[in-house]
Design a binder for this molecule. Sequence first.
Ligand code: PMP
Length: 377
Amino acid sequence: MPGSPFAWIDEQARARRRAGLVRTLRPRPADSALLDLAGNDYLGLARHPEVTAAAADAARTWGGGATGSRLVSGSTELHADLERELAAFCNFESALVFSSGYAANLAAVTALAPHGSLVVSDAGNHASLIDGCRLARGTTQVVAHADPEAVRKALQTHTGPAIAVSDTVFSVDGDAAPLAELAAACRASGAALLVDDAHGLGVLGDGGRGAARAAGLAGAPDVVATVTLSKSLGSQGGAVLGPAHVVDHLVNAARTFIFDTGLAPAAAGAALAALRLLRREPERAARARAVATALYERLTAAGLEAVRPDAAVVSVRAPSPEGALRWAADCRAAGLAVGCFRPPSVPDGVSRLRLTARADLTEAQIGRAVDVVTATR
Ligand code: PMP
């Protein structure tokens, strides 16, 4: 009798258990008393009454789902309004909304890296950009983290279409990419620059208008940005922003646009309401950054090793994967939810706790978070 066709899965599970790297799902209670520094709700908008009301209104008006691909039945006025307002807010000519930031990144990389092209990708890039590179017809060259010189060298000898790809703010350590230098490296050889501003939108730049705008790159003919609607905008979904002819190309060529059901109307409505709130209350962006700095300064003053935050992500070094897990569990037991990053999510093998600064945290909550993290170390 042949054995189970899934015996290899059980073997992998055993190895994962031995290494202390098993992941499990834990439903988040709706009315939790936990102080949540684990999510990505940087501006505290996910539960804002205007945002949740917009989601409910959109579902009532347009239905629980988009009903089809954006190219068939899945485009509503909400999608069009969101695309127009998002592009204007971030200073890009055009925007295209996707069902997730993940899908937006897959779309941008694959559609902009045809056969014979070169993609130069930062070693610290998010998994969705990496997967875009894997799916793209072009060749990918991975370069050292935040190293514009390496990008320049990689691009130098290539003929044909080329694009450099980088997160604006890296999701594990919260450090920012050298965008101006990256753009200069690209321009030296006529390459395009694609930046993933998932952690920059709503946090960086004047009133949260994003890292590309802050670096003076938004609206440039050779720059494309992706964003997610699921972090600072408290909703779900993603978008690609860029020159109109590039966005039109995505409509026609990006498989995660063409073959995916459109973003749910409730998510589009919520993101649009959040974007309008942010326009009205631009101080939320600076507050998220100030909260991150306060967390970092107090944690390091207490002797913890953390990375100085460039946006709203505060990364604290943990002694080991097991240590990180135990630390996060102890925080939770003390009423604080924090993120726990372990291999393989962290390619350098260093486990971290990840704290999300939120614009709506009070001084007392910041103090409590620091107390819990330091007391449980
Ligand atoms: N890019 C980065 C840098 C991210 O951190 C994330 C979210 N983890 C994504 C893209 C994917 O966005 P979404 O969650 O909307 O799919």
